[in-house]
Design a protein around this ligand. Structure first.
Ligand code: ISL
Length: 529
């Protein structure tokens, strides 16, 4: 049954300023054709779920032709659809249906690298050193006798060196897998092609883009050695010693991207910018660059009042002085899901319920990852089921990201829980997920899904959630409390004991608040009395 017709909740050029986006990891959301892999037809069929959930927009991870060495983030042709996921006609139908249902559609843009199967890379290999074909990528001669050493010491994010050698002796740069050669953005042809890709999707009617590795693209002149990884500190910090990311030249690329977006009414882009320094991150949000940048500080913070408060304060400080609102993320397809990060089982779920109310009470944009609304945990997979290139590249020392990419359970009591008509799903689904399915949770007033639906409903209807400021309130030890200008008070209890419930009308709570107390690992939304 198609989703009922509905207008967009907000219109105009800033429709995204307080929007809730839903990340569809396409392989794992819903399988429409029974091959065990999620696809565009599956998304179409599940639009009613998204409408009932109450989100404003979806972001669909890459569905372009790809040999799938990094599950679609290795793009062989950015202006077509991978047959496993459907075709362009299916995409157009999905876009039209989503729009009719009041849902905006954003798609992934993967500028930093292409697939090794892209026709440009094939041509580069064939053309040889010094050719214009090689100049679209970062081919270099090696160091040492016979050039047998890589051109510099950069490691790949997925493990091993960031360089691979080709038969004629040159090396090419790949910050990710060898099957994902980095493009050279100083080459005008590369930027022109990215602009063409953007126009291709904008002309079809997409509402915006999520930009992959938006802190990549620019590389420093001469590709100097970086500080060895063990000395750079935090993995995602990419401080000044790490030359692979966050180079000043990347901002020119963002200005070019923005110019394309601004030529179309009401379109936006959010960047995946793994830059933790507030001021450096804010640079991506200047008026002529990205409208939004994910702030990953909630996703990396422990379940701890001080850590979460610091994360929120830094995220707000980042956007202060920029035109952008904050952009909150708890989970995505690259990191352990928050139910699991917070301790798994009942404890993890309880905390995830509270975290949902925290995320959705904050001003700005929220991104949900498919399955957040069901409280999906990570799943430990047996070695033979692992698919992420990280597993192989790390010499079987890192298990990679498959655990957070398990297909979504929709209905029934046995795998594949309505995800697919085939039992052979691309990642196996565990036994015992009957109670986790969307169907079971829709029928349960106390479920995670019901909590999300209520929270999203209040976000759009209650005046209490209006206004951008966050005023921190005094709170018991181990608790967080803040007020929004509209009158909402959000109190999260991260302490081990119950705390008294403040005065006010309870709008929503993640756990029991009868008896005038708020239990441990519980959050409440109140309208101050
Ligand atoms: O910078 C990083 C760590 O050092 C990473 O967090 C990096 O920014 C991140 O892994 C980029 O992720 C995105 O691009 C990858 C893809 O595998 C991920 O799924 C995608 O989200 C390569 O395209």
């Amino acid at each position: 049954m198609p989703a009922p017709a509905r207008a967009f909740r907000t219109t105009g050029p800033d429709w995204w300023r307080d929007a809730v986006f839903y990340q569809v990891y396409i392989r794992s959301f819903a399988d429409g054709n029974g091959d065990g892999v999620g696809d565009l037809a599956g998304i179409r069929a599940r639009l009613p779920h998204l409408v009932e959930l109450g989100v404003d927009a979806i972001w669909i991870t890459p569905f372009y032709p790809s040999p799938m060495h990094d599950h679609g983030y290795d793009v062989a042709d950015p202006r077509d659809v991978e047959p496993v996921f459907g075709d362009l006609a299916e995409f157009d139908a999905l876009l039209a249906e989503a729009h009719d249902a009041g849902l905006r559609v954003t798609v992934d843009l993967v500028p930093n690298h292409s697939s090794h199967a892209h026709e440009w890379f094939t041509a580069a290999l064939a053309a040889g050193p010094g050719s214009p074909e090689r100049a679209r990528y970062l081919f270099r001669d090696g160091q040492g006798p016979d050039g047998a050493e890589p051109p510099n010491n950069w490691p790949s994010v997925f493990g091993g060196p960031a360089w691979s050698r080709v038969p004629d002796g040159q090396w090419y740069l790949h910050l990710f897998a060898p099957e994902q050669p980095d493009l050279d953005f100083t080459n005008p042809e590369v930027l022109a092609d990215l602009e063409e890709t953007m126009r291709f999707w904008l002309d079809r009617g997409v509402d915006g883009f999520r930009i992959d590795v938006a802190h990549g693209m620019a590389k420093p002149e001469g590709l100097p050695d970086m500080l060895p990884m063990e000395d750079t500190g935090l993995l995602d910090d990419h401080g000044p010693g790490d030359h692979r990311f966050d180079q000043d030249g990347v901002h020119e690329v963002h200005r070019r991207i923005r110019r394309v977006i601004d030529a179309y009414p009401d379109r936006m882009a959010v960047g995946e910018v793994w830059v933790s320094d507030d001021d450096r991150l804010a640079q991506y949000l200047r008026p002529d660059e990205l409208q939004l940048a994910f702030n990953f500080k909630l996703l990396t913070a422990e379940w701890d009042a001080a850590a979460l408060r610091t994360a929120i304060e830094h995220s707000l400080a980042t956007v202060e002085g920029t035109p952008a609102p904050a952009c909150w993320v708890l989970s995505n397809h690259d990191r352990p899901r928050h139910v699991t990060r917070y301790g798994d089982g009942n404890e993890g779920t309880r905390r995830a319920r509270a975290a949902a109310l925290l995320q959705l009470a904050l001003p700005g944009v929220a991104y949900l990852y498919n399955g957040d609304e069901l409280g999906m945990p990570d799943v430990d997979l047996p070695d033979e089921a692992l698919q992420d290139p990280i597993w192989e590249r790390s010499g079987h020392t890192e298990r990679g990201r498959d655990a957070c990419r398990i297909p979504v359970p929709w209905s029934g009591t046995e795998p594949p829980y309505g995800f697919s008509s085939s039992p052979g799903t691309w990642l196996p689904m565990p036994e015992g997920w009957g109670p986790l399915t969307a169907e079971a949770q829709a029928a349960d007033d106390g479920s995670m899904l019901s909590l999300y639906r209520r929270a999203l409903g209040l976000r759009t209807t209650s005046p209490a959630l209006r206004g951008d400021a966050v005023e921190w309130l005094p709170a018991p030890e181990g608790c967080l409390a803040f007020r929004r200008p509209g009158g909402l008070v959000c109190l999260v209890n991260l302490s081990p004991a119950a705390v008294p419930l403040p005065e006010g009308e309870v709008l929503l709570a993640s756990g029991d608040v009868a008896g005038g107390t708020l239990a441990a690992d519980t959050a409440v939304w109140l309208r101050a009395g």
